[in-house]
Design a protein around this ligand. Structure first.
Ligand SMILES: [Zn+2]
Length: 478
């Protein structure tokens, strides 16, 4: 006995069944039994000589067996046989829609949805009456905004208070070069309206906070989390759990992404997966660690797909499943997620019943301190000391590939990871200034040196980005 998975285009021949159990000792026997039971399927799968047609691939479990003899390939109990026909996309089968609740223009616009039985007029109306909130109009928000608008979601809210800058353009495809300096909200809304003027776009120009989150989220059916920091992740999660709204989650880093759906009834939430945030600075942000520009496209579109499925009530949502995507290996993996009965926000004994201070929870200061502390030194002072010829050592703890992008000529490169084993190159009594890109890694390096007994160590506040802003505008920012 083996399970045969029937692909969507062939389900019309199997009474709409997506899987059937068939007897047979070999794959050939199973397919023969299948087509004996569903004769209309036979000419779809087999040619006149009884061979499997070349546009249908046959998989036994995960193996492509198209080049093996189906009659000689044994099918064991519990095996899964998949028929995978080629799909061109699109269709020329549009018939006249019977209901006219959508306008004539909308029917034309959404015709490729209307002719899928799983969507149809009813489904398109569900999309039209749906209200989706995008938290963030950045890397993930860009494909989400474009495709959800195109799909005909009736109302799309966006929470964002940022301005488009040049470093966004490598991935945030909803913004264009002439948009640099504009509010992301305005730029995104303009592109979405250009794609689909039927969509109502609500602009929430604010940071999402414990004070405003419930009020903003309550008017939406689904929340899509496209943020880039842990305090907002936990805030979005807790607000979604408290309001019982699905939270479509996506995250990206360098070449890897994750996606899942949290806070659905019976499903786990973000806190079930990660009860506590990592210590500040352990997991670098995209700004510090970088991200392949295409990656948010892939993950954002998985989020968009899940959003549309939730609205239509079709398919298998990513609830309780964490999808991991590795762009370099070009592999998807899936991990099972379980609801944690002890979860503080969605478990049986809840300790979080209202929104808390998420910056404090994550150990991240709300606004970066602007005062230069004793352990720090301002870039302008570093410049003045260099000009005066003061005797001190300037160390750059960034990575060599960052050093290639830009560096301060007087600085000596010792990447953070090499600092502990290269302490012997430095004078413990010497005057040392350390810098990195924006000040985070250099603060760590200062800590390492101080612990090793170095007394005169200071962190150059704001890193080379501050240097580019205040000292040398010819230094490229990245
Ligand atoms: Zn939970």
């Amino acid at each position: 006995m083996a399970k045969v998975l029937i692909p969507t285009p062939l389900r019309q021949f199997t009474g709409r069944q997506d899987a059937v159990i068939m007897a047979g000792a070999t794959v050939g026997e199973v397919l023969n039994a299948l087509t004996a039971q569903y004769p209309d399927l036979r000419k779809q799968i087999f040619n006149d000589e009884g061979r499997v047609r070349s546009f249908v691939n046959v998989y036994l479990n995960d193996e492509d067996i198209r080049y093996l003899s189906k009659d000689a390939t044994a099918a064991q109990d519990g095996d899964t046989i998949s028929l995978v026909p080629s799909i061109a996309g699109g269709s020329a089968l549009a018939g006249p829609p019977e209901e006219m609740a959508l306008s004539k223009h909308e029917i034309l616009r959404y015709s490729r949805h209307l002719i899928i039985p799983e969507v149809g007029i009813d489904g398109q109306q569900k999309l039209k009456s749906a209200k989706v909130l995008l938290v963030g109009a950045g890397g993930l928000g860009a494909p989400l905004g474009l495709y959800l608008a195109a799909a005909g979601i009736g109302r799309i809210g966006i929470v964002d208070f940022d301005v488009v800058d040049f470093t966004n353009l490598q991935r945030q495809v909803i913004h264009s070069t002439p948009d640099v300096g504009r509010k992301k909200l305005d730029s995104a809304a303009e592109k979405m309206h250009a794609i689909n003027p039927h969509v109502d776009i609500a602009k929430h120009e604010t940071a999402l906070t414990s004070e405003n989150a419930l009020d903003i989220l309550k008017d939406y059916d689904i929340v899509v989390d496209g943020t880039d920091n842990f305090p907002t992740r936990y805030l979005v999660n807790d607000a979604c759990v408290l309001l019982a709204k699905p939270n479509v989650y996506g995250s990206i880093f360098r070449f890897e992404g994750q996606a899942t759906v949290f806070a659905c009834q019976g499903g786990p939430c973000y806190r079930c997966l990660y009860p506590e945030p990592p210590p500040p600075g352990l997991v670098p942000s995209c700004a510090e660690g970088g991200v392949l520009g295409i990656l948010p496209g892939t993950i954002g579109l998985i989020q968009a797909t899940e959003t549309v499925k939730l609205i239509l009530g079709i398919g298998e949502p990513l609830v309780g499943r964490l999808l991991l995507y590795d762009a370099l290996g070009m592999r998807f993996r899936e991990l099972k997620l379980r609801k944690n009965p002890e979860c503080p926000v969605c478990g049986e004994h809840r300790t979080i019943t209202r929104l808390i201070d998420y910056h404090q929870f994550c150990g991240v200061p709300k606004t970066p301190e602007t005062k230069v502390t004793e352990s720090e030194i301002d870039v302008t002072e570093v410049k003045a000391r260099l000009d005066r010829g003061d005797h001190f050592v300037l160390i750059d703890v960034r990575e060599p590939h960052e050093y290639k992008i830009c560096h301060i000529p007087a600085a000596r490169l010792i990447p953070l990871g090499e600092v502990p084993k290269r302490l012997n190159e430095l004078d413990p009594n010497g005057d040392i200034v350390i810098h990195c890109k924006s000040g985070g890694r250099s603060a760590k390096a200062c800590g390492i040196l101080r612990q090793a007994g170095f007394e005169h160590v200071r962190n150059m506040k704001g890193g080379i980005l501050a240097w580019a802003d205040k000292v040398d505008p010819s230094v490229p920012k990245y």
